[in-house]
Design a protein around this ligand. Sequence first.
Ligand SMILES: Cc1cc2nc3c(=O)[nH]c(=O)nc-3n(C[C@@H](O)[C@H](O)[C@H](O)COP(=O)(O)OP(=O)(O)OC[C@H]3O[C@@H](n4cnc5c(N)ncnc54)[C@H](O)[C@@H]3O)c2cc1C
Length: 259
Amino acid sequence: MNIVVCVKYVPDAQGDRTFEADHTTDREAVDGLLSELDEYAVEEALKIVEAGDGEVTVLTMGPDDAVAAVKKSLQMGADKGVHVLDEAIAGSDAAATSLVLAEAVRKIGDVDLVLTGLASTDGSMSVVPAMLAERLGLPQVTFASELTVEGGTVRIRRDNEAYSETVESSLPAVVSVTDQINEPRYPSFKGIMAAKKKPVETWSLADLGVDASQVGLGAAWTEVVDATARPPRAAGEVVTDEGDGGGKLAEFLASRRFA
Ligand SMILES: Cc1cc2nc3c(=O)[nH]c(=O)nc-3n(C[C@@H](O)[C@H](O)[C@H](O)COP(=O)(O)OP(=O)(O)OC[C@H]3O[C@@H](n4cnc5c(N)ncnc54)[C@H](O)[C@@H]3O)c2cc1C
């Protein structure tokens, strides 16, 4: 069972995010990390391979630093990594991202399952998995909160507020997973040491046969026309209880139309 996990390197959500003049995210301003939601996809891939056989390849597209997302996944236990690195991809939208990832999956070859997170923690579009499946001509099942592989079939559970459904697909397939699916492991000391010897290949657009004109800000189908940082939260109102706290709270809630 050969599994490719798409992992994205994102600005740390705990840091102050800022924007460039063209409204794109300033990716240099804060430290980056492996998108937390992608850790669930890595964990699931490791569990599947540990229960059977095969290997886990992690794939990222991003700037120099993005290799950190690959390395963290290798420390968790993935076998090898691919980093698509090319100046021309900066500013790519989801459509271009899925194009590059699809060509990389094709080049990796002999893939039974492609796993992704449910959304990136920066763009949170949640569309790359579906676009990737379309480009690869593969079935896709999304938002898996449980996953089993048996023979040539993947079966997942999808939950929403009203019901849970079980969906089956033939392999190969693209599956996005939620944060309900497992508890990602922390890299062990042994894992961190072992990762240093694991192979990471760096591929350019030319290696993938993708023309630079198909990616980057210039080729984006979507444009962020405005981006405004949220104002800092105003200080809350303190209600001092002098025996009439309940009444004051009720008044406060009523003034905010909560009651
Ligand atoms: C070098 C670089 C520069 C960028 N610059 C800009 C920019 O200037 N402005 C801008 O708006 N956007 C930029 N992006 C992000 C842009 O490529 C896409 O909007 C984004 O990758 C896809 O949308 P999303 O992150 O919301 O994906 P989602 O659909 O939310 O992601 C779902 C899943 O798809 C997979 N995935 C998504 N992206 C990647 C990736 N790059 N590598 C591996 N797996 C991935 C992950 O498994 C993820 O959990 C940049 C990306 C890169 C790599």
